[in-house]
Design a protein around this ligand. Structure first.
Ligand SMILES: [Zn+2]
Length: 275
């Protein structure tokens, strides 16, 4: 998530604010800065280059600069946000965000132009930037680095010794866990149901949840082999009659999350069941 999206997240944190209330809160230029400052630096200033807290402040023209005491990096409240380099008053942006996010249906750029009193070019640019930041905020988490993937069925793996894969009425979901290079505790996990483990569903899942740099560890499940086709490095944890996930250290976190208790007789499954 970019800083722009993050800042907007918090700026927009009062749902149901009426237009009048919004104008009172953000109507004066100066009052736009405080919520934005809090949104960007909720625990007080942090140097974007080195994370230092101590800074000095100075003015150049109308712009307030913050300079890091340690690395001398200079920044402004707006740099790195969607408001960077804007020539429009912040209150215009705040009103635009209010208008674009408080209606269920998308507000037309021409309407925005009328409400904000800006030209059509500016209205389009504002709409584009705000919608982009919103889309980023809504985007599903993408896992990167080392990612362990396993397949599971809700309720299907552990009951009564029956193989879970392919059973009717079971919800299929890939379990993916991002680890560091030492394969240590999961930083993030994605557990989201898919229609089934067919190629199309898995491809769609990968597109949404795997960052381009992700390197994938999995057992030989047919669909997961396709992650290599999608340009991801893929290490197949080969099985020797037993589920790789049970024995290979690289996959233990997916096991922990899947809560799988597998025995040998549960694993007598076709290798390419999905094909
Ligand atoms: Zn610094």
């Amino acid at each position: 998530m970019t800083r722009g999206a993050m800042a907007m997240n918090r700026v927009q944190c009062q749902p149901g604010l009426s237009m009048v209330e919004s104008m009172q809160q953000y109507g004066a230029e100066a009052t736009c800065y405080r919520p934005l400052y809090r949104a960007r630096w909720p625990q007080g200033f942090r140097c974007p280059a080195c994370n230092e807290r101590r800074r000095s402040r100075f003015r150049r023209g109308a712009q307030v600069y913050y300079q890091c005491r340690t690395c001398r990096h200079q920044t402004t409240l707006l740099s790195g946000t969607i408001f960077q380099a804007t020539k429009l008053p912040l209150r215009t942006w705040m009103l635009a965000i209010h208008l674009l996010t408080s209606t269920k249906t998308s507000l037309a750029a021409l309407e925005l132009m009328r409400h904000l009193g800006v030209n059509d070019k500016a209205a389009w640019r504002i709409k584009h930037k705000v919608m982009q930041a919103m889309a980023e905020r809504e985007a599903p988490r993408q896992l990167s680095g080392f990612v362990q993937i396993d397949d599971a069925y809700l309720g299907g793996e552990c009951n009564g010794g029956k193989p879970g894969r392919g059973s009717p009425n079971k919800q299929a979901f890939p379990i993916a866990v991002e680890t560091d290079a030492m394969l240590e505790p999961p930083a993030h996990a994605v557990i989201e149901p898919v229609r089934s483990f067919d190629d199309e569903s898995l491809k769609d899942w990968q597109r949404r949840h795997l960052a381009p740099d992700a390197e994938v560890f999995s057992d030989g499940l047919h669909g997961f082999r396709r992650v290599a086709d999608a340009g991801h490095a893929h290490t197949v944890l080969e099985t020797a009659g037993e589920r790789a996930a049970c024995v290979v250290r690289g996959a233990r976190w997916v096991n922990v999350l899947a809560g799988q208790r597998q025995t040998r007789h549960q694993r007598e499954l076709p290798r390419h069941w999905s094909g």
